[in-house]
Design a protein around this ligand. Structure first.
Ligand code: ADP
Ligand code: NA
Length: 329
């Protein structure tokens, strides 16, 4: 297999969705694959970020990766703005991508909300920059949550069009790698929205830095319905909030949803939520302690990011040189 690229935005505290849908899987990939993991700070500023908060969040995302077991010796860990090729290729791909393609992106519609005219242009072209992130390294595989599938398809379309327009096979078409049961962790307050670090409601998500009391409180407040825990996958059907909590349980305990249904089906949600809280606390506490250790030593985190940026740039530079030649610069 070729080269893996994936990223997380430093736009708030890492969530359980980021962990189960992304970071946890990276740990499984790192031994057998060449991996580049990026803190995508240029994506974060597509919506307003307080500068000091952004700097802190960039270190926190890196700390989250490191604390989860992503090894900076086996992988490249860096932040996007430290390698200028992302911006350069991003511009070139802005000129390859089509307005009609961007108009189909559902995440823009969700994130821009009601006031689309007031959204940044960056938020709109964000998927083009995401394509540049991957293609700058000729990335072939992208482990992402299901929420990013549409953007990845766009990256393939852009790569294909670039190759066709210039008549050269410059870019491989990157393929998604989607893992296991928690490919889309949903909001704890609304089973139709994904859990996100940028959701304004703090009770919509479990953050990786939440302590045991906070996790217990959020799980207790999580929306459910008046019925007992469903006893089969089919019975989860029209109960998105119930299904989401059970999917989270399944992912955290490395089980299938059907096994969780078999074990807890028929019990009250109050009991199930207590079991889920215990499980989430036992899995997240060691990681958040380790994250804190990194956050107390920002110089160490910065040194890891700097080393990663140098190694990333060494791969990116010849690709960018080739692209510029092909384009006619
Ligand atoms: P966020 O919406 O929390 O800001 P990002 O855009 O930074 O998330 O995504 C980082 C990675 O985490 C991506 O691979 C994405 O697919 C994954 N991810 C984000 N939210 C979820 C979720 N709710 N469920 C599963 N995976 C997720
Ligand atoms: Na996102």
């Amino acid at each position: 297999m070729g080269r893996i690229f994936s990223g997380v935005q430093p736009s708030g505290n890492l969530t359980l969705g980021n962990y189960l849908g992304a970071i946890r899987n990276w740990v499984k990939l790192q031994n057998d694959h060449e991996c580049i993991f990026c803190v995508v700070d240029m994506h974060a500023i597509t919506v307003w970020q307080d500068p000091e908060a952004l700097r802190r969040a960039t270190r926190e995302v890196a700390a989250g990766m490191l604390a989860s077991g992503v090894d900076p010796k086996k992988n490249i860990i860096f932040n996007q703005s430290a390698v200028s090729g992302h911006a350069e290729l991003g511009w070139i791909l802005n000129c390859v991508s089509r307005l009609g393609w961007l108009n189909r992106m559902t995440q823009f519609k969700e994130k821009a909300g009601k006031h689309k005219e007031n959204a940044s242009v960056g938020l709109y072209v964000y998927p083009n920059l995401m394509a540049a992130d991957i293609l700058l390294y000729k990335g072939t595989h992208v482990p992402v949550g299901d929420d990013q599938k549409q953007h990845l398809e766009l990256a393939r379309d852009i790569a294909q069009k670039f190759n066709n327009d210039f008549g050269r096979e410059v870019f491989p078409l990157p393929e998604p790698m989607i893992f296991g049961s928690a490919t889309r962790v949903m909001s704890l307050r609304d089973g139709t929205k994904k859990m996100s670090k940028s959701d304004p409601s703090e009770y919509s998500r479990i953050s990786m830095t939440d302590d045991a009391d906070m996790i217990a409180k959020k799980v207790r407040k999580a929306k459910t319905d008046p019925h007992p825990v469903p006893d089969s996958v089919e019975a989860c059907g029209d109960r998105p909030e119930a299904k989401n909590l059970m999917n989270i349980f399944a992912a955290l305990s490395d089980q299938e949803l059907k096994e969780v249904c078999a074990e807890y089906g028929g019990q009250s949600f109050a009991d199930f939520k207590r079991a889920l809280t215990d499980l989430a606390v036992s899995k997240l506490a060691p990681i958040s302690e380790e994250m804190q250790r990194y956050m107390d030593d920002p110089a160490q985190v910065d040194a890891i990011l700097k080393d990663g940026a140098e190694r990333a740039n060494a791969i990116a530079a010849p690709v960018l040189k080739e692209v510029k030649e092909v384009v006619g610069f």
